[in-house]
Design a protein around this ligand. Structure first.
Ligand code: 9WO
Length: 256
């Protein structure tokens, strides 16, 4: 997949192109990240990309001209199916299902704003979609673009060492992940759950599924509400609810 990023600070993208799972995906040719700098599409001696806001107020606004020219260049250099996405808190909240669908495209163009925002006429004329990671404000769209690139990279076929692990992640089945443990067997007086040391792989799978269901029920009930659980899952969850926990301190106490 080709991801084209329109940004005034292309160096920031090196954090994902040169390190970790995303860096390896780039080196193996599964992901190609290209940057387009609006400053290269200015025509004045100062290479001006921003200006004061009409109507007044503090801070600067990115000019529509250089941004539109940079996006046009990106469109010309990107695969034909590439949508232009502006990353901002005003956008549609994105989730794993959208990223999974878009990870199958040959291309995507991400536009990173800076300062107080971009001229609205740029969004109207040059942007196909506006996406938000959540309800908070960053200093610019680059970190949001890197989040999107990271999530897309690990969805590329073959990007993860263990071929199955993307499917086992949180959210692949719309459930939160189960807890994980590694050595030592005792830390801070807490033992690793005995079932994980049992070698009984069916019992381990059942316990992990139950933990995933239970934690989703406890922490993100709205995710469970939108799911159709199998009868086996319903039984696992009912058993989980009968166990003691912070939310249910009396459950499981047989002498009460
Ligand atoms: C800056 C600002 C300053 C004073 C009062 C209000 C303000 N809003 C902003 C602002 O939203 N700046 C944005 C910075 C302009 C577009 C790029 N920036 C950005 C993108 N910040 N946060 C995002 C973002 C993108 C995707 N998901 C979450 C946040």
């Amino acid at each position: 997949m080709e991801v084209h990023a329109v940004t005034l600070i292309p160096e920031l993208l090196m954090a994902v192109t040169e390190h970790g799972v995303t860096g390896r995906a780039v080196r193996r040719g599964l992901l190609d990240v290209r940057t387009w700098n609006p400053r290269d599409y200015t025509h004045d001696a100062h290479r001006t990309v921003d200006d004061r806001a009409y109507g007044g107020g503090p801070g600067m606004v990115l000019k529509a001209g250089p941004l539109s020219a940079a996006v046009a260049a990106a469109r010309a250099g990107a695969p034909a199916d590439a949508r232009v996405v502006y990353l901002s808190p005003q956008g549609r909240p994105i989730e794993q299902s959208l990223l999974r669908a878009r990870s199958r495209a040959a291309g995507l163009i991400l536009v990173c704003g800076r300062y107080e925002g971009v001229d609205e006429r740029f969004i109207e004329t040059s942007v196909d979609e506006e996406w938000s990671l959540g309800d908070y404000v960053l200093s610019g769209g680059e970190l949001a673009a890197m989040v999107v690139i990271d999530a897309l990279a690990r969805l590329q076929p073959g990007a993860l060492g263990d071929a199955g692990s993307a499917e086992q992640d949180s959210f692949s089945g719309a459930l939160l992940d189960h807890p994980h443990y590694t050595r030592p067997e005792v830390f801070a007086a807490r033992r690793v759950p005995a079932v994980l040391l049992s070698g009984d792989h069916a019992a381990i799978a059942r316990w992990r599924r139950q933990q995933a269901l239970g934690r989703t029920w406890r922490r993100r009930p709205e995710l469970l509400a939108g799911m159709r659980l199998s009868e086996a899952d319903v039984r696992l969850l009912e058993e989980y609810k009968r166990q003691p926990g912070d939310d249910n301190p009396g459950a499981g106490d047989s002498d009460e």
